[in-house]
Design a binder for this molecule. Structure first.
Ligand code: ZN
Ligand code: ZN
Length: 124
């Protein structure tokens, strides 16, 4: 029921990725719920390859961190000191699961594992 006199433009469905990743509202392709660009990005992500310029915020795998850690500019989240280039490190799982994984020194990881294994709390 269009209001009198007003020619309502054909209802255009918005791409379901609208307002995500800093991309504002934009139209989906006719008969679809997403646009061609996002459909390709999604397909690329499913295929295991990261689409160019896409998903940077979601890169928290070890492979994604590796180049950055190699520069020696990433801070270990456990001891808050830099992980120097060439040092052994692991992608730690935080005690608080709601936080994303973050690189940590191998020795920090082992220390934490040892503490929890022996039931000794933090601050020992
Ligand atoms: Zn889109
Ligand atoms: Zn550390």
């Amino acid at each position: 029921m269009a209001p009198c006199g007003a020619r309502v433009p054909r209802a255009r469905r918005l791409c379901r990725y609208s307002n995500r990743d800093g991309i504002g509202a934009h139209a989906a392709d006719p008969g679809r719920t997403d646009c061609a660009e996002h459909r390709q990005a999604e397909a690329a992500a499913r295929g295991g390859t990261t689409a160019r310029g896409y998903g940077a915020a979601h890169q928290n795998s070890r492979a994604a961190w590796a180049p950055q850690v190699a520069t020696g500019t990433v801070t270990c989240w456990r001891c808050q000191t830099l992980i120097k280039a060439g040092r052994p490190w692991v992608l730690g799982h935080r005690d608080d699961r709601s936080l994303p994984s973050h690189p940590e020194h191998l020795h920090c990881n082992q220390r934490a594992a040892g503490l929890s294994r022996h039931g000794i709390g933090e601050g020992a």
